[in-house]
Structures are given as structure tokens and as C-alpha cells.
Design a protein around this ligand. Structure first.
Ligand code: BGC
Length: 437
């Protein structure tokens, strides 16, 4: 089978973000931040208040951390020791979908079943000890409207989650009810934060100069510390962290694959940026483009971002690994020349993702900096795409230099794995101290 070189070139062009477009995305993102600070209704960014600023680093005590936001849910017991030190004393986790056995997030799944499942996992994390008092911090990685650190109601599911009976509800109330149903009355959910906020809290607990938190995984989103937002309910220092829900940023130019995919998605019109960059969707876009190259447009091969990572990791001359992935997913045999072309396609989709995400980082940096000089800082990032996908880190660095020139050396991205759990524990400590104050 010969892949049409011309068609490939035109598809590559459609996925290319050139220097000018990169700058435009960063500028539009900054503009949306400005608009959103004034009135979120004028911006495609939700700019959700988290009611938490940065930790002091002195937070101590043992807390439960529930990390809910992807296909796996985890509960940990974390001892904060102050000065950026901590110890994870227990960790349990389970997938939310076990094919053939259960599915708590697909169409038709119900809130109570899902929260009962979470309560059971929490019970396992505390070794069924129903006497000791535990405060629980909850990292809930979906757009939520908050009125304080506890009260967060889900605005809308993202990442194709569809569990009925959660949208519009205060998530920790649902969790509390489930704990009560299970007879676990000694665990008190006390805070809810987005995973981006958790990553920022976790990184800031351990290092100075961190103001931006980001997740680059199944979903994609950023938060940052905004010094101008003040509220009596806010805990922590330096201002309030805003969860941008940057996956919802819509001032972009989607190509025909993005448009077609959005229309067929669980929530058309929502999460336009996320659908172009995050791990949940990269394999889908790749499969859509490949189906055209294979002359069977519209066929869904079920590629995942893990497949893309395998394709990109194959640096061999004969492209055996690429051929194996393609055979497995499409049933087709490809030779080394075709494997090379397929790798080019995977490359451009991943490079586009990294460039768009970097433009959002720079939009935030520009907004935070105003007319002054860029501060030396690190952007805390967690997530499998950032951590494991070939080409991502180098393209982030390249795009930072393209946008910031010499000042790019002041900005580094750092991996903060485990931030979702640690951040939840830190938020619980901050909420507990606030309650005592
Ligand atoms: C959610 C965000 C979350 C991100 C990363 C998005 O789909 O809307 O709240 O931070 O995924 O998990």
C-alpha cells in the first residue's frame, strides 16, 4: 500500500502551528485572561476561584487525600512534616472502569454507585478504622464552581465522563453521604481542589518561585496565582489560585479533524483546546487522519496516546515497532517507508499539542508580568503526556524560546508527579488550620 505523499503533506500543514500562529494563541490567551479577570462571562476561560493561595511550607499533620480525575482513582494517607517534607504512609487505587465487571463513568452510570465505590476505597485506605478522626482533601479534576474551599459543585463533566447525578451537585456532599451509608463517620472531607491547583500547591510547598500549575495528561488545564483576587474565605498566601479551565479556551483555529471530532464528541462545543492537545484525544486525531491516508475515511481504529508514544519512540530504520502498532490497530501491513510517513503524522500532532500548551503558559506569564520583567520561575507540570510522550518537553522549550527570546531562560517546566495527592493533603491542612484560626 502506498500512502499518498501529497495528502500527507496537506494533512501535516493542517496540523502545523507556525511561529505567527503560536504568538497569536499566546496573545489571545492573555487577552482572555484579562477579560476573564473582569468578568468571566466575557472570556472563554472559566477562571474558577479556588479559595486557596500558596501554602507557607509549614503545614503539618496526617491527612487523607482522594485523587479523582482520570481513569484511576487513588486514596493516600500523607504525613506533612513541614519545610516541604512529607511521607506517604498508605496508598490504594482502583480503576473506575473494569471492562466486563463495572463502569462508573460511562453513559448510564449513576452518582451513588460511583461515590459508594470511592467510599469503599477510602475505607480501605484507613484500614477500616472507624474511630480515628481523619480530615480528607479531595482533588476533583473537573470544572467546579466554588464558594469556599469545601463547597465545590461540578459545572460540567469533561474527558467524556458521563455519570448521571453529579453535574450541579456539591461533590463533597455526595462523598459525605456515601461515607455515611458505609458507616465511615470519622472521615471528614474538608477541601476540594482542581488537580492543577493540587500540582501548584505541591510544587510551591517544596520549592519557591512557582506560580503556575499545569496538568498535561488525559485532560489539559492550567491554574495560576492571581495576586489581585481577594476574598475573606481565601486561605493561604500571595493571593488566590485561579483554575483557568484552559482546556475550554476557544480562540483557536481548529482544523477539519478537530471540527469533525468535536461534533461527534460527548460534549460538542466544549473543551476545544483540550480536544486538540490532551492525551485523551491525540490518538483519536491521529486515527482520523490515518484513516484518510489509508483510504478508509471515518474508520475508528482506537489509537491511544500510548500507541502514539510507541510510534514516536521507534527510531529504527525499518520501523518495526511502528508497523506492529499499525498492524495491531488497523490490520494493515506497512513497510519502512510508510512507517516513516506515519511517524511524521504522529509527530506533527504531538508537536502541535506541545506548542499550543506552551502558548497558554506564556499567555499566563505575560499577564502576570504586565509591563515588568519576567520573574525567574518554574511551571509545575504533572501528567503522562508531559512526562512520557516523546517530543513534548523539547517542543515546549523550543516554543518558550520562540515566544520569550532571551527571557525564556528564566522559565523552566518541572515535573511534579504525585502532586494531585500531596496537593490534596496540603489543601486539607490549610482548610483545617483555617477552621481552627
Ligand atoms: C478538566 C480540568 C482538569 C483537567 C486535567 C479537564 O478535562 O476540565 O478540570 O484540570 O482535565 O485533569
Amino acid at each position: 500500500m502506498a500512502l499518498d505523499r501529497q495528502l500527507l503533506q496537506s494533512i501535516i500543514k493542517e496540523f502545523t502551528v507556525d511561529a505567527e500562529q503560536l504568538r497569536e494563541i499566546a496573545a489571545n490567551f492573555r487577552q482572555d485572561l484579562k477579560l476573564g479577570l473582569n468578568d468571566p462571562d466575557d472570556s472563554s476561560l472559566r477562571m474558577l476561584k479556588s479559595y486557596v493561595g500558596l501554602p507557607t511550607g509549614k503545614e503539618t499533620g496526617e491527612y487523607l487525600a482522594l485523587d479523582f480525575g482520570g481513569t484511576n482513582v487513588r486514596v493516600s494517607r500523607i504525613k506533612l512534616q513541614g519545610s516541604g517534607r512529607f511521607e506517604v504512609t498508605k496508598k490504594v487505587g482502583k480503576p473506575l472502569i473494569l471492562p466486563g465487571a463495572y463502569d462508573y463513568v460511562g453513559v448510564g452510570s449513576k452518582a451513588n454507585d460511583m461515590f459508594d465505590f470511592l467510599a469503599e476505597l477510602i475505607d480501605e485506605a484507613i484500614d477500616k478504622d472507624h474511630d480515628t478522626k481523619f480530615y480528607l482533601g479531595h482533588t476533583f479534576s473537573f470544572p467546579s464552581k466554588q464558594t469556599d474551599l469545601y463547597n465545590a459543585s461540578l459545572i460540567i463533566w469533561t474527558k467524556e465522563f458521563a455519570t448521571e447525578g453529579v453535574e450541579g451537585k456539591v461533590v463533597n456532599d455526595l462523598l459525605k453521604d456515601a461515607l455515611t451509608r458505609r458507616g465511615v463517620n470519622n472521615v471528614e472531607p474538608i477541601s476540594v481542589i482542581n488537580d492543577t491547583v493540587a500540582v501548584l500547591l505541591s510544587a510551591a510547598y517544596q520549592h519557591a518561585d512557582t506560580y503556575i500549575g499545569s496538568i498535561y495528561a488525559t485532560g489539559q488545564n492550567n491554574c495560576y496565582l492571581e495576586s489581585s483576587v481577594k476574598d475573606p474565605e481565601n486561605v493561604g498566601v500571595g493571593g488566590m489560585i485561579l483554575n483557568l479551565e484552559s482546556g475550554g479556551f476557544s480562540k483557536l483555529t481548529p482544523n477539519r479533524f478537530d471540527i469533525e471530532f468535536d461534533e461527534a464528541s460527548e460534549k460538542p462545543g466544549e473543551q476545544r483546546l483540550e480536544k486538540m492537545v490532551s492525551g485523551r484525544y491525540l490518538g483519536v486525531l491521529f486515527g482520523m487522519a490515518l484513516s484518510e491516508l489509508f483510504g478508509e475515511k471515518g474508520k475508528n481504529y482506537g489509537f491511544t496516546s500510548i500507541d502514539m508514544s510507541s510510534i514516536l519512540m521507534d527510531d529504527s530504520v525499518d520501523g518495526d515497532r511502528i508497523a506492529a502498532v499499525i498492524k495491531d490497530k488497523t490490520g494493515k501491513d506497512v513497510d519502512s517507508e510508510e512507517a516513516k510517513k506515519i511517524k511524521e503524522l504522529a509527530t506533527i500532532i504531538v508537536v502541535r499539542s506541545a506548542r499550543i500548551v506552551t502558548a497558554t503558559y506564556v499567555g499566563i506569564i505575560w499577564q502576570r508580568t504586565g509591563s515588568g520583567k519576567i520573574q525567574k520561575q518554574q511551571i509545575a507540570v504533572d501528567g503522562s503526556v508531559y512526562e512520557k510522550m516523546p517530543l513534548v518537553k523539547e517542543n515546549i522549550n523550543r516554543a518558550l524560546v520562540e515566544l520569550l527570546g532571551d527571557e525564556a531562560e528564566k522559565v523552566t517546566t518541572i515535573l511534579d508527579t504525585g502532586g494531585s495527592g500531596l496537593g490534596a493533603a496540603i489543601s486539607a491542612a490549610m482548610a483545617a488550620n483555617h477552621a481552627v484560626d
